[in-house]
Write a new protein. Structure first.
Length: 355
């Protein structure tokens, strides 16, 4: 069965199709409970309806969560309406409220962080390890475009994963291959109303501006289907690169006290993409919270390959060259050397790494 977004673009998504999408997620056989995030839009309402039937068929307990961000005066009333709709369908629904002062800038980003924090905490309290999210084909296409505009590498162009982990919670996105028109049709087929969020099309936010231009891009051939294919291909390439980098990391690195060493002979014998990933891993071992922009990482990789390279800083780390090795140290430690690396200490020495 094909899930190309252009196939049956206005037909409701049926239980059989949804069941196949769920199978593709590789869920554990003894899944006892499942949560679904319901904003009240057509996408999440359709997901909740389909999940309700799937859970009944598979004897899995389903609970719904809806988040009241408090960013619009009507948000609480909308959350109560969602809870009432879910109750009418026999699905318990809890309203999660984002309390406190709201941000004046980076609103989308901060609201998303708050939403996931509330959902993660609610799932933890309920002993639920898997959460359904209603991201669909257009969401994926927009994500790929936004990451492309932001200069992302192959990992970013892979878009959202159908299955991902977030601090002990497994996020499930079964609807990534499905067009939103099919989800609205699904709601209509079940006589289910939904809420239209006016901020979705607002040009005050990046996604809203992108949606305004998407029709033009589609006329030029940049359709959701082609962007989904790009994401799928990028996922394959990223996975292969990760596996190669993991194997090379075991050969090339050495951790001692407060620094990471990479053997230059091994490092520069590798393809450029794998070399970049090893350099990134060395930096993240020392500064896991540091932001790493792809273009800065590429610039660093170019510099450290030069014969006269001695010292450079990036992401809170100092990188230097000595005795055939690249030394990575946290910047403050390179000055004071008053603390060690937190976490796993690796005793395996890199091939070609000096002591």
């Amino acid at each position: 069965m094909s899930f190309s977004p252009e196939n049956g673009s206005s037909a409701p998504l049926g239980a059989e199709e949804f069941s196949l999408l769920m199978v593709r997620l590789g869920l554990p056989s003894r899944l006892r409970g499942l949560a679904v995030a319901v904003s009240g839009g057509a996408d999440s309402m359709a997901l909740a309806l389909l999940a309700r039937h799937w859970c009944a068929e598979n004897k899995v307990r389903l609970v719904a969560f809806t988040v009241d961000h408090g960013l619009r005066p009507e948000s609480l009333a909308e959350a109560k309406q969602v809870a009432a709709w879910m109750k009418a369908r026999g699905v318990p629904c809890r309203i999660l409220s984002w309390r406190g002062e709201k941000p004046r800038s980076r609103i989308e980003e901060k609201a998303r962080e708050a939403r996931y924090a509330l959902l993660r905490a609610a799932c933890a309290r309920g002993g639920i390890t898997h959460l359904l999210l209603a991201h669909h084909a257009h969401d994926q296409a927009e994500t790929v475009l936004m990451r492309f505009a932001g200069g992302s590498g192959i990992d970013g162009l892979a878009g959202m994963a159908a299955v991902s982990e977030m601090e002990g919670l497994t996020l499930l996105r079964p609807l990534l291959p499905v067009l939103p028109s099919r989800l609205r049709a699904t709601c209509r087929a079940h006589f289910q109303e939904w809420v239209e969020d006016p901020t979705n099309g607002s040009e005050a936010f990046a996604r809203g501006r992108l949606r305004k231009s998407f029709a033009i891009l589609q006329r030029e051939g940049l359709t959701a289907t082609r962007l989904l294919r790009l994401a799928a291909r990028a996922q394959r390439m990223a996975q292969a690169a990760r596996e190669m980098a993991d194997a090379a990391w075991e050969m090339a690195f050495f951790v001692r006290q407060d620094e990471v060493l990479l053997g230059k002979d091994v490092l520069f014998s590798l393809p450029e993409e794998i070399r970049l990933r090893l350099i990134e891993q060395a930096l993240l071992t020392l500064s896991p919270e540091a932001p790493l922009r792809q273009h800065r990482l590429e610039a660093l990789a170019d510099v450290i390959g030069e014969p006269g390279f001695r010292r450079r800083t990036l992401a809170g780390c100092v990188i230097s060259s000595s005795k055939g090795n690249l030394h990575f140290r946290r910047e403050k430690l390179a000055i004071g050397r008053h603390a060690g690396i937190k976490g796993k200490q690796v005793v395996k020495k890199a091939k070609g790494a000096g002591s």
